[in-house]
Design a protein around this ligand. Sequence first.
Ligand code: GDP
Ligand code: MG
Length: 736
Amino acid sequence: MDTGLTVALAGNPNTGKTTLFNSLTGARQHVGNYPGVTVEEKHGMCEHNGERLRVVDLPGTYSLTAYSLEEVVARDFLVQDRPALTIDIVDASNLERNLYLALQLLELGIPIMIALNMMDVAESRGLRIDADRLAELLGVPVVPIVARSGKGRTQLIETAIEAARAGIRPRTFEISYGEDLDSALAAMEEIIIHRAFLTETYPARWTALKYLEADAQILEKGRIAAADISGQLEAIALRTAAHISATLNTYPEALIADHRYGYIHAMMKGVVQREETKDRMYLSDTFDAVLTNRLVGPVIMLLILLGLYKFTFAYSEVPVGWCESMFGYLGDLADRALPDGLLKSLIISGIIDGAGGVLGFVPLIMFMFFGIAILEDTGYLARVAFMLDRVFRMFGLHGSSVMAYIISGGIAGGCAVPGVMAARTLRSPRERLATLLTAPFMNCGAKLPVMALMIAAFFASHEALVMFLLTLLAWAVALLSARLLRSTVIAGASTPFVMELPPYRLPTVKGLLIHTWERTWQYIRKAGTVILAISIVVWAMMTFPQLPAQSLHTYEKLRTEELISAPAAAQELDSAEEDAELSESALQLRQALDAVDRKESEAALRNSIAGRIGTSLEGISRLAGFDWRTNIALVGGFAAKEVIVSTLGTAYSLGEIAPEETGSLPETLASSPGWNPLVAVSLLVFVMFYAPCFVTVVCIAREAGSWKWGAFSIVFNTGLAFAMSVAIYQVGKLFI
Ligand code: GDP
Ligand code: MG
């Protein structure tokens, strides 16, 4: 038995690395973080015919420059831990792009082999790949596999064991980067070899290339190792860059990438053959000519978005109504079945109104998710990212920031947590930080119910239009804040970047339904667990401490006085079954009694912990038009924004009217004296932009690598949101 051989898995994201890693290591895996950084480290053992290999899954990267943490981690592992072999997993259906990393691994001078994965996809696209020819050109073993089905697994393991045992170094791999760069590289190499500068760790030509690329990590190491040599190399690099800028109007990094792609492109000619079949790429190109056209494209994009909202609101109206009546019915049922008291209040106000407020929007969210699934599965969302790339650069972001925004709810109904994590794919740390700080401004699934509620209560005749405008507002605020951040707290230059367009696909009904259901279920589960728990806690905060016996007594006395003042009406109220049978005086008495009840519930709510918090904030929140009840909901929203609607539901059912008179929440709000369309807009803006929910803040802190940024997002966002709401409310008041 041999446990000494380590094999690393490298590759672009989404090439099937994890699938292969799982297939090789089975259940024996260990997951942790690389020391000192938040990048995940996974390793496990692979056994084959008594041989054991330790397999390490490196983070997925497109390149080995020092743009992202993943790239630095992968490259440090390769040069410091020196695995016996690195298996580069390459997506055979996307060979040219994937080989970019392979070339860099080869330049690093480490022993590698290629696992040519996704052969099934390549075949279905009519690509014929000559693996032997590729092996010959690269000078390393190449094994075609289908990681998902396990095809080629045995051959891959055997080839890997053989290569790892033999411990061969690949032949020196040199690409020509054109006359200017090549002569600079040669001059630098001479100095590096002569002075043995970093040569224990890196090949000389590689170090020289990194100096040309102005790789921050290598420059730093170099300056520490030998400041004078580093100085000489930096001088050559600067001179070369100036020369290239003057003659070719470009910079070394771009020129290096050009030559690598040129090299790969040339290599492809003998390796890949495309069968002349019905070519999906060709059809895609025709679509793209229209859909991503500079002029027509954005117009179509906006129309599609507006269409999506119209579709959602039009078709979800009826089922949303069913949901509302169902929760109304449940409330009535509980009201009749249970004796008055705390338990009844908990069940009706805490559970049914709380969770019901959130679950009532399930049909709407389901329709929205279905529409988004269509855009995503057809490949149209990738076009949206592509078209917005140019715009995003103007705001100091990247084309791939678009995906982070869309995942966070850029169209509607995402979640900032995966959105913030999606920012990982951004290569420049500054653009990444700007993206993850602004992604929470998008309209995530938790804000949707608040929007739906306000729209239903105050803008019911323009549902789709309001939703559309709110979406545009979210993007505008996110982009402007990004610009602000990028020119203040995270100022610095942008990095170059290429965006890819996958071919269009006809989505399957099954695929659409699965995607829709997965997301809807996530939402329901959250409403049924986290939101329910918070909703009960908030209910308790709104219920305790209860009113002192003395003031309860006062209200009891008021009620008795009303009853005594009209004895006939009191008797009638007591015995009547149907409202229609009541006389005028009996109805008046009922209203008088209800008014007392309302006063009592309101006093009770104000007296509770939550009421006291809400009331103490009222002094400043009034500036934006929020009363103490809304404040309770907004404070609860820090925990999770879904809680806003459920808390409003609870606050208005606890503090306002007796349950049998409660209409749906939108009706209650629309008829409440403290509410009007202006307050609704002010609240919407505040909810859209104030502090991200707690989970997102934790996620931002983790991804940004510091609690400072988590705290920053709470303070910055809340300050910004409040300023906007106050401005809207104060200016709006002048016109109303
Ligand atoms: P990673 O990002 O490199 O770790 O990639 P994953 O292992 O997560 O795989 C990405 C996607 O490709 C998953 O949906 C896999 O099921 C799929 N996949 C992996 N290998 C193959 C393959 O050989 N053929 C096909 N058709 N799909 C694959
Ligand atoms: Mg993976």
